[in-house]
Design a binder for this molecule. Structure first.
Ligand code: SAH
Length: 253
């Protein structure tokens, strides 16, 4: 049996209770070493076989899993954040399905959520935006044309941009040409939730490139763009409003 597990964004305490249990029971652990905080491997049993997938190709990962299956062992495939987001998990799941290997998936706290927590911000502020877009800028890995930043940005939602901090100057250009004002708030969170390593940079579209370069951040960072970052709630939510009834509460006016 193979368990695909989200390790969370960095702080070892942010793995789920279920993920931690699966990790502590696994005979074989294959972790995404480029991003998973190795402290989390302290939850493994001392005799667990541990592999760092950063040095492996897909076939090698599948080989380790297949051998473990043949030996009746339990494998955890540990991914950073949540496995469903830029985890390259689909190709692994498809290959396991083809080979008749049984697997399940345990979600994790994605880094875009850890970034909101670091910033102490809500991405869906009433009256400002009710939509969050998760995306990346096309670079070495292309993004479909219909999802270019220029196109997405036209909606002026909250944008969480993964894997792209080295392309910040291009992102700025794209967003400006899509009509974002130079005063649009932008935040960059480096290693969100990592104990002692997290850095938060807050600025505007016209200052952020300089700020991030001065802070020497060129990887493992989340870019967040949108008015949610400095919004004072213009409109209170319906959820806690006395004028609004819902399933659990009657309106009081
Ligand atoms: N599955 C992961 C994302 C993997 S892609 C998730 O759900 O978070 C790797 C990208 O995620 C990085 O380039 C960076 O943009 C982002 N990232 C991962 N961990 C991060 C962290 N702790 N803080 C900020 N960004 C992070």
């Amino acid at each position: 049996m193979v368990h695909i597990v989200g390790a969370g964004p960095g702080d070892p305490d942010l793995i789920t209770v279920k993920g931690k249990r699966l990790l502590s029971e696994a005979d074989v652990v294959i972790y995404a070493g480029s991003l998973v905080n190795e402290e989390i491997l302290n939850f493994c049993k001392p005799e667990a076989e541990i592999y760092n997938s950063a040095q492996m190709m897909l076939e090698e990962i599948l080989h380790v899993i297949t051998l473990a299956e043949k030996a009746g062992k339990t494998t955890v495939r540990l991914h950073t954040g949540d496995p469903s987001i830029y985890g390259a998990t689909q190709e692994q799941m498809d290959a396991m399905t083809e080979r008749g290997i049984e697997f399940d998936v345990t979600p994790g706290v994605s880094s875009f959520l850890a970034a909101a927590a670091a910033l102490k911000r809500e991405y869906t502020v009433p009256g400002i935006t009710q939509t969050v877009m998760i995306t990346r800028r096309g670079g070495r890995t292309p993004v479909p044309d219909s999802e270019s930043l220029k196109k997405l940005a036209q909606h002026q939602t909250t944008l969480c941009i993964f894997l792209s901090v080295s392309l910040l100057p291009e992102i700025k250009q794209d967003l400006m040409s899509a009509g974002f004002k130079s005063s649009t708030p932008v935040a960059v969170v480096y290693k969100a939730s990592w104990p002692g390593e997290e850095k938060i940079i807050q600025g505007r579209l016209d200052t952020i490139v300089q700020q991030v370069s001065e802070a020497n951040i060129d990887r493992t960072a989340m870019i967040i763009v949108g008015q949610c970052l400095n919004a004072k709630t213009q409109q209170k939510s319906n959820l806690y409003s006395p004028k609004f009834s819902h399933m659990f509460r009657q309106a009081r006016f």
